[in-house]
Ligand binder design. Structure first.
Ligand code: ZN
Length: 84
């Protein structure tokens, strides 16, 4: 029961963050797939290899989650699922 309550409380916040970030998202890092809203250098891996051609994004809040581990994500943030 406690888990269900915490999920339903967190959901509206996640959706709000998603909508705000969607407007700002312009580039994705080709190396670590982090979505970057401003600047020309990835703040995570310091790579300058950014692309505007990316599909689908996922917001990772908990890097220890199964999803984050499957995607190889170690830092919380917004990531592209596919980078061209
Ligand atoms: Zn990067």
């Amino acid at each position: 029961m406690r888990l269900k309550e915490s999920v339903s409380c967190r959901l509206p916040l996640l959706i709000r963050i998603e909508m705000v970030n969607f407007e700002m998202a312009k580039h994705a890092c080709k190396i670590c797939k982090l979505v970057i809203s401003q600047g020309n250098i990835c703040p995570s891996c310091k790579s300058g290899e950014l692309t505007t051609s990316f599909q689908g994004t996922v917001v990772v809040f908990d890097p220890s989650s199964e999803l984050a581990q499957k995607l190889g994500i170690k830092e919380p943030g917004r990531y592209a699922l596919r980078v061209k």
